[in-house]
Design a protein around this ligand. Structure first.
Ligand SMILES: [Fe+2]
Length: 289
């Protein structure tokens, strides 16, 4: 397998052999070391994509059934395509800064995306490296973040499901709070695989930052998000990496070290991707130099 750097962030991997333990290990190592791996020449059906996910960790089934592929529930479908009046998956997912399952007790370790239909314009996913974001903080801001906790919730971005139509909005919100109560974790996390410090806050998923005395600090959250580049609506902040991909690629990323956001495509061009997300409990990856 050949691994080469790509501009900005991440690497491109070619010639991957799924039967080679060494290739699997190198692929994972590259994902943690370089954050993003664009793996070429991958053509999987939903079951094959799940099999691929098993090489990297334990695939998880998304908690909301509306996103699940009808044949392989571990495959999450993002699609604006309706076939015969029936929609598969959910359109316009993730068009805000977040980390996958940020609002759950345990976020996913690795996200794997298989693009099925790619629009010609406004294509790709935006990424910010939250390890670098922490390293770039000015010392006063880093010190202010040090003893705080961040509270994460899907509340603001939860998508109304077809079955929610005509339900009272208060009932829907109460259901969200009961199923996915806000979770807290240190604002500056230790990356479970690499040991690096991660500024784990996102514009879409972090509801608040609380100091050691239990006071909410909206000013501090805003400063941290701004320093990380997440409040720049032009998305031209130097910390933002635009990752493009084509049908036949697999995009693999370190979901703890990176915040991501899909590009909004105002056209009705068909767009569809399949996703498998995994927990990886294999220890022992060293931080990038
Ligand atoms: Fe996502």
């Amino acid at each position: 397998m050949k691994i080469s750097p790509q501009p900005g962030m991440g690497v491109v991997a070619e010639g991957f052999d799924p039967s080679s333990d060494s290739d699997v290990r190198r692929l994972k190592q590259a994902a943690y070391r370089h954050r993003i791996v664009l793996l070429k020449d991958q053509h999987h059906d939903p079951a094959g994509l799940l099999e691929f996910g098993r090489l990297l960790g334990a695939p998880q089934t998304y908690y909301e059934p509306v996103y699940r592929h009808p044949d392989v529930p571990e495959v999450f479908v993002s699609s604006n395509v309706a076939t015969g009046g029936r929609r598969l998956g959910v359109p316009k997912t993730g068009q805000f800064w977040h980390s996958d399952y940020e609002f759950m007790p345990r976020p996913f370790d690795l996200t794997i995306i298989s693009p099925r239909r790619v629009p010609k314009e406004r294509r790709g996913t935006l990424f910010i490296d939250l390890v670098q974001a922490y390293r770039r903080l000015d010392p006063d801001l880093a010190a202010a973040a040090a003893d705080t906790e961040a509270i994460h919730s899907p509340r603001r971005k939860f998508k109304i499901r077809p079955d929610d139509v005509y339900r009272p909005i208060g009932d829907v919100i109460a259901e969200i709070d009961a199923r996915t109560p806000p979770v807290r974790r240190p604002t500056v996390l230790r990356h479970p695989r690499t040991g690096e410090r991660v500024l784990y806050v996102t514009e879409g998923g972090t509801e608040a930052v609380e100091d050691a005395d239990g006071r909410r600090r909206p000013d501090l959250l805003k400063q941290l998000l701004s320093a990380a580049g997440q409040l720049d609506e032009t998305t031209e902040h130097p910390a933002i990496h635009l990752q493009t991909f084509d049908v036949g690629d697999l995009l693999i990323w370190d979901n703890i070290a990176l915040a991501h956001r899909s590009l909004h495509n105002p056209s009705d061009e068909p767009a569809e991707s399949w996703r498998v997300t995994v927990y990886d409990d294999e220890p022992g990856f060293n931080p990038p130099e």
